[in-house]
Design a binder for this molecule. Structure first.
Ligand SMILES: NC(=O)c1ccc[n+]([C@@H]2O[C@H](COP(=O)([O-])OP(=O)(O)OC[C@H]3O[C@@H](n4cnc5c(N)ncnc54)[C@H](O)[C@@H]3O)[C@@H](O)[C@H]2O)c1
Ligand SMILES: [Zn+2]
Length: 445
């Protein structure tokens, strides 16, 4: 058995306990391998420096370099969607596969972009068998539809669900050996970039337009699984706040709090480093300043959130998240809870759980959220202040604090699943199953 210690390459100000992952030589269990792969990917080029201590058979992981993966091109601002046409023409694409969900089509949101394609006489075909928390079935049907379409690019129009389904379809089309999307869980060794995707987010939350992840639900096994692959990065992101203005209050609040969770978890995750810190702090600032106004559908609020959520994605996609997302994925897999609501409900709970393992970072979170006087506060005070600011924002935008679907008899499975989620290894503090059960219990009415 080898002990793998991550603690020595943590940012100096994170007082994390060493994370121990036990690997049984030549007999590595699947979840552990998966977790380890995730750390490599999120931390980017982490090389295993196998340092054998003759007596103790210890091996350490050395961090050799950080990697940042982003869109080649992104457009930001009101009216940006006209660039979809420019990009299709400049890239010489002949036909678009438009992936969007049924509600967006019904409410005319998808039509804002397809109207431009019509005007520019660009042929396209619409695929809309996509549900929130998209399923394996949504991906399978999408792959078949893409094959029949004769398209050479995907225009993903929607929230994380449409964009994630598009990524999975695009990856399977160009890497047919991974026909079963389950085989892409974790870091898949795909060889080819996916079908070129132009991503147009309609929520200000997931930032899937700039992340290297997609999340699919296995309905049969009641689990969500995360696939991480730089080959799925959309070639172009078109982040137009006007595409988000039709979001109702509740959806704006939930997706916005998802973005805040990305920024705070990304800032306190194990692999955080200077460049991602820069993204995350700016994202926290923009989201805290603009979410209330976005919920009121003010133009400036929509603009700030469109940008803030994107910047959060530039960060967390490259370093990973933590236990909040691990528990949120589990909640959504079992009860179909909207992703943003799940993340938001757990945010103050997970921050409280991690507080002793975040060094001085919650002072910067509090400062970015507009708390005054943080430099004169004790460590306990600024940690309290950061958590209080999150709770206040959550309350102001109407996030619920309980979920009555959770049953006492589900708690054991929920905790086990959360600890096996791909996001958990990034958490600065290790958790026992009992501690995770307690955190789920806090949501019970
Ligand atoms: N790829 C990533 O990096 C990443 C990150 C976080 C979350 N996710 C995943 O993304 C999914 C959640 O995505 P989401 O929160 O963006 O929501 P979503 O895509 O699931 O959409 C939720 C609902 O909102 C509606 N909607 C979206 N935009 C709208 C608009 N402008 N006006 C009116 N209605 C609108 C949709 O029609 C849908 O019914 C989850 O499956 C989650 O796991 C992915
Ligand atoms: Zn999220």
């Amino acid at each position: 058995m080898f002990e793998t210690s991550f603690s020595h390459f943590l940012p100096n100000d994170i007082q994390a306990k060493p994370a121990i992952i036990f690997l049984v030589k030549d007999n590595v269990t699947q979840p552990h391998i998966c977790n380890l792969y995730f750390l490599f990917t999120f931390a980017k080029i982490w090389i295993i420096g196998i340092v054998f201590n003759k007596q103790k058979s210890k091996r350490r992981i050395e961090k050799m370099a950080n990697r940042i993966s982003l869109n080649a091109t992104s457009y930001h601002g009101a009216g940006a969607i006209s660039e979809v046409v420019t990009e299709i023409n400049n890239n010489g694409f002949k036909k678009a596969f438009v992936a969007s969900d049924p509600d967006l089509i019904k409410f005319g949101v998808t039509g804002k972009v397809t109207g431009l394609l019509d005007a520019a006489k660009i042929p396209y075909e619409i695929y809309s068998d996509i549900k929130p928390n998209p399923t394996i079935e949504n991906v399978k049907n999408g792959v078949e539809a893409f094959k029949k379409s004769g398209a050479d690019c995907i225009v993903a129009i929607g929230g994380g669900s449409s964009m994630d389904t598009s990524k999975a379809i695009g990856i399977i089309i160009t890497n047919p050996e991974f026909e079963d999307v389950r085989s892409l869980e974790g870091v898949a060794p795909t060889k080819n970039p996916c079908v070129p995707i132009i991503a147009v987010p309609t929520t200000a939350g997931t930032a899937a337009e700039v992340t290297i992840n997609y999340v699919i639900t296995d309905v049969e096994k009641e689990r969500k699984f995360v696939c991480v692959d730089t080959h799925d990065m959309p070639i172009v992101a078109v982040v137009d706040p006007e595409m988000m203005s039709s979001m109702p209050k509740g959806l704006t609040a939930a997706t916005g709090m998802d973005a805040l969770t990305h920024a705070i978890e990304g800032y306190t995750t194990r692999a955080a480093w200077e460049m991602t810190d820069m993204f995350h702090l700016e994202a926290i600032r923009l989201i805290s300043q603009n979410l209330r106004d976005a919920v009121e559908n003010k133009k400036s609020g929509r603009e700030g959130m469109a940008l803030g959520q994107y910047i959060a994605g530039m960060g967390f996609s490259n370093v990973g998240l933590g236990i909040d997302h691990a528990m949120a994925h589990t909640l959504s897999a079992h009860y179909d809870t909207p992703h943003g609501v799940a993340c938001a409900m757990f945010l103050p709970i997970s921050m409280e759980f991690n507080r002793e393992y975040t060094g001085e970072r919650l002072r910067e979170v509090a400062r970015a959220m507009g708390v005054e006087g943080v430099d004169n506060m004790t460590q306990e005070e600024y940690r309290d202040a950061a958590i209080a600011a999150v709770k206040k924002l959550s309350e102001d935008v109407g996030i619920p604090t309980t979920l009555d679907k959770i049953k006492e008899e589900d708690l054991d499975t929920l905790a086990t699943d959360a600890l096996n989620d791909a996001c958990y290894p990034g958490n600065p503090r290790e958790a026992t199953k009992e501690q995770v059960i307690e955190m789920f219990r806090m949501l019970m009415a």
